[in-house]
Ligand binder design. Structure first.
Ligand code: SAH
Length: 205
């Protein structure tokens, strides 16, 4: 975790939670080499688990204090879900690929985590309106634009972190909501797999 601190991760709760969640348990055995390396790792189905720094950084910018209701779009293997579940009150996580959604749920259950997580399988590019509003939304795949439904599902004072850009390269945006206004800032450059779905790359783009 020293490498995270060196690279600017300051939120002690994020670091403490990452120290106790066994990352290797979320990575299929065939890919379990160099799992703490500073790069994404394949998890099957053409998807990846983000490098530890990016996971930590995205979580840090959400400024979770323990009372929040969080939406995660792109469950993947569930590692980030586990982290969010440790740091917030409740998590709704949505994954498009059924097999991954199932593996993620099993991963969390096997580790006795995730009692406060609702697993949803389907297109999450337009959020999950039935559990909205959210205090924080984390999108783990790159979108062509910020989907309007995600903004609509963000509660007052809420924070949304999302990679926005091309299929290959994106900027990581942090969008914060006041009572009725939104403020957007770019907090990093990044490279995520594409966000599919009706509000992602399967729309008009
Ligand atoms: N949070 C994960 C990252 C997974 S990669 C981790 O850190 O391990 C991004 C995930 O987003 C992939 O599993 C992909 O299948 C999923 N995804 C892409 N488009 C989606 C959509 N429209 N709705 C839900 N999940 C989506």
């Amino acid at each position: 975790m020293a490498v995270l601190r060196r690279r600017g991760i300051r939120d002690a709760r994020v670091i403490a939670a990452m120290e106790v969640i066994p990352r290797e348990q979320f990575i299929p055995e065939a890919f379990r080499t160099d799992i703490y390396g500073d790069h994404p790792i394949p998890i099957g189905f053409g998807q990846t688990i983000s490098q530890p720094w990016m996971t930590a950084f995205m979580t840090q910018v959400l400024e979770l204090r323990g009372s929040e209701h969080v939406l995660e779009v792109g469950t993947g293997c569930g590692y980030h879900t586990a982290l969010l579940a440790q740091l917030a009150k409740s998590v709704v996580t949505v994954e498009l690929i059924t097999e991954l959604a199932e593996v993620a749920e099993q991963n969390l259950r096997r580790l006795g985590m995730g009692q406060n997580v609702i697993f949803v399988c389907g297109d999450g590019s337009g959020g999950v309106p039935q559990y909205a509003p959210y205090d924080a939304i984390l999108v783990a795949a790159g979108a062509p634009e910020t989907p309007q439904p995600l903004l609509d599902q963000l509660g007052p004072g809420g924070r949304l972190v999302i990679p926005v850009g091309s299929m290959e390269d994106q900027e990581l945006r942090l969008i914060t909501r006041g009572e009725s206004t939104f403020h957007s800032e770019t907090v990093s450059l990044c490279r995520f797999v594409p966000l599919r779905g009706s509000e992602g790359w399967d729309s008009k783009h």
